[in-house]
Design a protein. Sequence first.
Length: 124
Amino acid sequence: MPQEITDLIFRPYILILRKKISYEIYFGLSRPDGTTITETDWDNFVNEEIVPCFPEGFTIVDSKGYWQDYSTNVTIAENSKIVIIYGGFSEEDIQKIIDLKNIYKEEFEQDSVMLVVSSSFVSF
């Protein structure tokens, strides 16, 4: 059996799980000047940058993030989008993720874009 496939038996069903890497990218929707990134801006970013890089699919979740501004010690709430991508761990995959983060940071004047990478087992 290939190493990337694990069979779990749940009688009377067999569930096939494939080992993947889960990339969660957290994109803030506020600019430093206090204006927000519009749904149109976000949709354009998705269609122009994310879809071409990951045409096999991804998930977008609306969220609200909280972070501390260390210069003022104030905790700030910010609307955000989480993009979840299941893929491989190749240098090419990782470079695509890094490029997306950098493009978003530059285009929307973001100080940071958070990335969480974890190992997952998925079934479709």
